[in-house]
Design a protein. Structure first.
Length: 308
């Protein structure tokens, strides 16, 4: 028995590693287009996360060098604070998250996490520290339970259920034909965009990373479910003082952030609290008024920030 258990344990850990890399790949694909040109330096060190402060210093980046998407951007996302990035479609919001995840390297300037240039640390340690709820969460061809468990493959079924409850999806799952054992993914049951978003939040709750990124994470939910989920996300962030970055078109979901950064054509045009930006009577305040007018008329606020 003893002789057998060693290789089995070994296989188990290989399996866990493999599943974890699948999870990382998933996040990578979500942030779109894996860039194999991004490599660890030979002397790369693991990230030493202390408070969780993120800084962009004069960052310029374009997917093609001749077409800059971000132009000399400097911004600070203070440790334990909630920051929102807003702006018209295509202005580079998701690009900021992709750079932070180091799916690409900056052309000039630098990105620091707790004072460490992310090009000097291992990609593995950086990505372990980050949890993303992306615009669209791909599902694995597996059960709902496994799909949530990808957040932390060592999680017990009880912890999976606890996370699902906190992400307001537990009761929906219980109503699925085989509950947590229902198969999803391409060959399984089709689930809605809002259900996918809540599965992604369940995964994030299980992974419990220090840096949290939400890219239009609640856009497919109705206002009531969105508010309930946001209030839970907010309580996690507050309780654990997690540094978090939100990208959202619906300004109502982010107006309570500690700082709101307004991007336009690859530059920061305004930043401050909701009140400060309303007083400034600039781009944010205009967007806010437009969305509120729509909201009052029972429209779907948020879409008017899109160009198309
Ligand atoms: P949205 O609100 O619509 O999600 P966004 O502000 O998040 O938009 P990004 O996704 O950051 O915008 O894209 C910024 C610009 O970069 C867009 O013009 C987009 O077409 C372009 N872009 C994004 N990804 C790539 C890529 N892999 N290769 C080339 N161009 C890209």
């Amino acid at each position: 028995v003893f002789q057998l258990s060693v290789p089995l344990n070994f296989l188990g850990s290989v399996y866990r590693e493999l599943r974890q890399s699948l999870l990382d790949m998933e996040t990578l694909f979500n942030l779109q287009k894996v860039n194999l040109a991004v490599k660890d330096k030979p002397d790369a060190k693991p990230l030493l996360l202390t408070a969780g402060e993120i800084k962009f210093e004069n960052v310029t980046f374009g997917y093609r060098p001749e077409r800059p998407i971000l132009r000399n951007i400097s911004l600070t996302i203070p440790a334990g604070k909630k920051v929102a990035i807003v702006g018209p479609s295509g202005c580079g919001k998701s690009t900021i998250l992709r750079l932070l995840f180091r799916s690409y390297d900056v052309q000039s300037g630098r990105i620091l996490v707790d004072g460490q240039d992310i090009r000097d640390i291992t990609q593995e340690s950086l990505r372990k520290a980050i949890g993303v709820v992306p615009q669209d969460t791909p599902l694995f061809n597996n059960t709902i339970e496994h799909n949530i468990q990808y957040g932390d493959i060592s999680a017990s079924p009880e912890r999976v259920r606890e996370a699902a409850k906190r992400a307001h999806i537990h009761e929906t799952i219980e109503r699925f034909p085989d509950g947590y054992q229902t198969m999803v993914g391409e060959r399984g049951m089709m689930i809605s965009g809002g259900e996918k978003q809540r599965l992604a939040v369940s995964r994030l709750i299980l992974k419990d990373p220090p840096l949290l990124f939400f890219d239009e994470a609640t856009s497919a939910l109705d206002t009531h479910t969105e508010q309930a989920l946001m209030s839970h996300i907010n309580s996690i962030i507050k309780e654990k003082a997690r540094t978090s970055v939100f990208i959202a078109h619906r300004l109502r979901t982010i107006c309570d952030c500690d700082t709101i950064i307004v991007l336009r054509e690859g530059e920061v045009t305004e930043s401050g609290t909701h009140e400060q930006l309303i007083d400034r009577a600039g781009v944010y305040s205009e967007l806010w008024s437009a969305q509120e007018t729509l909201f009052a008329g029972n429209g779907e606020p948020g879409d008017e920030t899109r160009k198309e």
